[in-house]
Design a protein around this ligand. Structure first.
Ligand SMILES: C[S@@+](CC[C@H](N)C(=O)[O-])C[C@H]1O[C@@H](n2cnc3c(N)ncnc32)[C@H](O)[C@@H]1O
Length: 209
């Protein structure tokens, strides 16, 4: 299977349909430095997961400039759900906040500025959906907390979990061992049922039993 051809075909089909797309979003954002966000197919997937399950409480770890949070918030807004998102870079967080306001979803989103390693273990809510998209080295470290923070029947989604097998830019290869460790943790955890989808750079989806 030629994955690039498949991906190009899909993106071409959707190119005129998306109100929010990654390139436009990045182009319209003032912050032009390195600001990674999910691929468009992952944004569509998140939107669908939210539309299907109407999760009331969502936790996102890794906000960046807010593309994935806004993608989810557009759905969340329809049923008055709530997103908590965590970002430790203050400049990036400021840009995310501006983007939330500009997109009309600021009321749906609580942006916590700080290190996820300190914030996540101290959260006192339970979540219906957790989206993990932080520094990949933190995935194994935060995994147990994420599963504990999920309600039974809650969904855990993690981006970039096919890093070990995709044609990854050499500058990101140092992250592969952390993703390999994370994938082993996911697969061997009896609290969840999971699979990995080959969208974006790989997306893990898991259901807490
Ligand atoms: C891949 S980006 C998130 C992209 C975002 N989910 C989107 O698609 O719009 C990862 C973000 O995590 C942030 N980050 C990295 N380490 C962090 C940490 N220890 N605590 C909180 N945020 C962190 C980075 O600054 C970066 O903005």
């Amino acid at each position: 299977m030629d994955l690039e051809r498949i991906s190009n075909y899909i993106e071409n089909l959707y190119k005129d349909k998306e109100e929010l797309n990654r390139k436009k979003f990045q182009d319209e954002t003032e912050l032009k430095d390195f600001v990674p966000v999910v691929d468009d197919d992952v944004a569509r997937f998140l939107k669908l997961i939210v539309a299907i399950g109407s999760p009331k409480e969502i936790l996102e770890i890794g906000t960046s400039i807010g593309y994935s949070a806004i993608s989810m918030a557009q759905m969340v807004k329809k049923y008055k759900g709530h997103i908590t998102t965590i970002e430790f870079d203050e400049t990036v967080a400021k840009q995310a906040k501006e983007n939330f306001i500009k997109s009309g979803v600021d009321d749906q989103i609580d942006l916590k500025i700080g290190d996820a390693r300190g914030i996540v273990p101290n959260l006192n809510k339970k979540y219906d959906l957790i989206f993990q998209d932080v520094d990949k080295r933190l995935y194994p470290i935060l995994f147990d907390d994420c599963i504990k923070l999920l309600k039974p029947g809650g969904i855990f989604v993690a981006d970039d979990t096919l890093f070990p097998v995709i044609d990854l830019d050499p500058k990101w290869r140092y992250l592969i061992p952390s993703i390999e460790e994370f994938n082993e943790l996911v697969i061997n955890d009896s609290r969840i049922e999971s699979t990995i989808l080959s969208i974006g750079d790989g997306v893990t989806i898991a259901l807490k039993k």
